[in-house]
Design a protein around this ligand. Structure first.
Ligand SMILES: *[C@@H]1O[C@H](CO)[C@@H](O)[C@H](O)[C@H]1NC(C)=O
Ligand SMILES: *[C@@H]1O[C@H](CO)[C@@H](O)[C@H](O)[C@H]1NC(C)=O
Ligand SMILES: *[C@@H]1O[C@H](CO)[C@@H](O)[C@H](O)[C@H]1NC(C)=O
Length: 653
């Protein structure tokens, strides 16, 4: 799926001028360096460019030779990260010491920083030590400090981490913004006898701080084999950061030799000039021949690189603007026939969605275009980009990338050929509806996607707008949850504070309407209504014969109270499995219980749906209880199965 990963090109640039010895190496600029590069990494303007500004890409570089015995090693390097927006960025870079270079090859972009994938995270067989410079920051991540430095062992969960910065000689702490576009020097020192690792940062041309930023003990003898590779890994998500290393010195058994700042400053100037030139308006198509050479093999790979460039900013900031190798505004105009109405798929809360066909790959995509007049919309879209770019799940709509044109944002998603579930359930072709097996699978799929958002990912993502029109159907008619524009991130265990009510009537829980605060429980409420909607083929609020609005939850409860809950199942579903339909209806009612603490967690919902856990036996009267109801506690105590479920639940929220 990610061309950069498929297009792994390894190349060796064999040194003519720089020799290595057992006391390591020093690169003051990287021309003629003996590096092994893969992914999108390249040497450009004498700097090692780990990522080139393309979204969803991984770049890595290793010193071309393995070190057969490292003990007390030391390294120092100078890096520059240029981000397209000063308040948003990709995922940073890491210095790595690893057993092989291959173990890193399965690394994914985004939050895995090109080092890990979902399967190998935390696995001791990774044999990897890393110092990560994590940079993803955005307005939506305010409560998460992602301008930090961490020491990682076999995992991205740092054993020690600290806000990026340095201690001045008088002991004050000064924060460094990693993505400032300014050069920063890093030192990593390991002492083999005390097993102490020190990590320090300082602005370029300042002395190494006496007090390290991070200092911890880790027995690397037990983590790494005796032969290791040293290098860097870097990744971008949907943000197009450029990660560069300007100079690098490493010594496997002793202090790293100092860098030559005169030489480095020249490289830095070149890079700055390069950056400004790349802002010129003329789009250019550059063919970069990449020569692959190893001791035994010579391989030539030609990579076509399309660079769409923009006018230099007066500020002279290192900034790239719209245009990646994958999506330029022009590409998207061509793909959607100039955003013609013919290609219109629908209208969302803050923009229109078009079908597009990418000219080069003929791939179908959906392009969402945000209305430029709405500042709020722009903010929410940036939230969407930041969040969606991190998430990968088979039941979530995948964001492929984005483009920015003037004050307009264009988001590119996987195209979902079968449209939204809303159209299938309630649209003009509702007669050709989907059968029970398919609907039950969609419910299970969306439950699993929601569980990923709530429980499985590193941060809690509250979707806030779960409804049938936000569930899209892929080519296998599997459901995928989309539209994270309203989502907000917050850390596990903390509450989201919101300032305005978001959501869609009919799916909004009583406490959300009252307090305006979205939580996992308000998502579960909406999911409950969604389940009923899918099983009954009715909208959350419908008007009855006498012109009064009827809530779907009440309608199903009435059917149950009058003797048969199955009477509420969609008449078109002749093939429904009684037990499954009953489970979906009762679980739907339980999820949309007026009392938040009575609703199950998404993990439990998934377990009920796959029959790992039996749904507690409860009566319709349980659904009418409110937390103020004096019978509430008694009722729960009197009904052991529900009580058990609920105690299990409160811990999960
Ligand atoms: C360091 O902190 C002290 C006390 O907060 C302050 O008086 C001093 O000016 C600071 N020094 C520098 C160089 O900022
Ligand atoms: C780490 O820092 C401490 C405190 O400055 C120092 O005593 C120690 O020698 C350092 N260790 C290494 C390996 O640099
Ligand atoms: C460090 O790890 C190695 C290999 O597992 C072990 O032999 C050694 O005793 C450890 N050292 C300490 C101080 O724990």
């Amino acid at each position: 799926m990610l061309p950069h990963l498929l297009l792994l090109c390894l190349h060796f640039l064999i040194s003519t001028s720089t020799a290595y010895a057992d006391d390591g190496f020093t690169y003051d600029g990287f021309s003629g360096s003996m590096l092994r590069l893969d992914g999108v990494a390249s040497i450009s303007s004498r700097a090692l460019m780990l990522t080139d500004g393309a979204p969803q890409s991984v770049g890595r570089a290793f010193f071309g030779r393995r070190f057969d015995s490292i003990s007390s090693f030391s390294t120092t390097f100078v890096f520059v990260i240029t981000a397209p927006y000063s308040d948003l960025s990709g995922h940073g870079l890491a210095f790595t010491v690893s057993a092989t270079t291959d173990s890193l090859l399965d690394g994914l972009p985004s939050q895995y920083m090109g080092m890990f994938n979902q399967q190998n995270l935390g696995n001791p067989t990774n044999q990897l030590f890393a110092v990560e410079l994590d940079t993803i920051i955005s307005p939506e991540f305010k409560d998460v400090d992602n301008n930090h430095v961490g020491i990682d062992v076999n995992s991205l969960v740092s054993i020690r981490s600290q806000v990026a910065g340095y201690y001045t000689p008088d002991g004050n702490f000064s924060i460094l913004t990693l993505i400032s576009g300014e050069p920063i020097q890093v030192w990593v020192d390991y002492d083999d006898s005390s097993h102490r690792v020190n990590v320090s940062l300082a602005p370029y041309l300042q002395h190494k701080p006496q007090r390290p930023l991070l200092s911890t003990t880790v027995n690397l003898t037990s983590v790494l084999p005796s032969s290791v590779y040293v290098g860097f890994a870097s990744a971008t998500g949907v943000m197009r950061s450029i990660h560069r290393i300007i100079g690098w010195s490493f010594n496997p058994n002793g202090e790293a030799k100092p860098l030559n700042y005169a030489a480095l400053s020249e490289v830095i100037q070149d890079v700055r000039r390069d950056n400004q030139r790349s802002h010129s308006r003329i789009p250019m198509k550059i063919l970069i021949p990449v020569v692959t050479l190893s001791v035994f093999v010579t391989l030539v790979i030609i990579v076509a690189l399309y660079v769409y460039m923009k006018k230099a900013r007066e500020s002279g900031e290192w900034e790239i603007d719209s245009g990646s190798s994958s999506f330029t505004y022009k590409d998207l105009v061509a793909a959607t026939s100039g955003f013609s109405d013919r290609m219109l798929l629908g209208k969302g809360g803050f923009g229109k969605v078009y079908k597009g066909v990418l000219q080069t790959s003929k791939q179908n995509v959906a392009v969402k275009r945000v209305s430029p007049e709405s500042k709020q919309g722009m903010k929410e879209f940036i939230a969407e980009i930041t969040i969606l770019g991190h998430l990968r799940h088979r039941n979530l709509v995948q964001l492929l990338g984005y483009s920015r044109h003037k004050s307009e944002l264009l988001l590119v998603y996987d195209y979902m050929p079968n449209g939204s579930l809303d159209r299938v359930l309630h649209g003009q072709y509702r007669q050709q509806t989907v059968d029970w097996v398919c609907r039950f699978n969609i419910i299970k799929g969306i439950a699993s996607g929601l569980c990923y958002l709530h429980e499985d990912w590193e941060k809690v993502v509250i979707h806030r707008d779960i409804k049938a029109s936000n569930v899209l159907l892929d080519n296998e008619m599997k459901g995928r949850l989309g539209d994270f524009g309203l989502a907000r991130l917050h850390n596990h265990g903390t509450d989201a504070h919101t300032t305005h009510l978001a959501g869609t009537w009919g799916y909004i829980s009583p406490e959300l309407a009252r307090l305006g605060r979205a939580t996992k429980a308000t998502d579960v409420f909406a999911f409950g209504v969604f389940m009923l909607e899918v099983a009954c083929g009715r909208r959350p609020i419908e008007v009855n014969g006498s012109g009064e609005p009827v809530l779907l939850t009440d309608w199903v409860t009435d059917a149950w109270e009058s003797g048969s809950i199955l009477k509420s199942v969609d008449q078109r579903l002749e093939d429904h499995v009684r037990e499954e339909a009953e489970l979906v209806l009762k679980l739907g009612l339980l999820c949309s219980h007026p009392v938040p603490s009575a609703r199950p967690s998404t993990r439990l919902i998934v377990q009920y749906l796959v029959n790992d856990v039996l749904l507690p036996d409860f009566q319709p009267s349980f659904l009418n209880l409110t937390s103020r109801h004096e019978d509430f506690d008694q009722h729960i105590l009197a009904s052991p199965s529900v009580a058990t479920t609920m105690t299990g639940l409160s811990g999960g929220r």
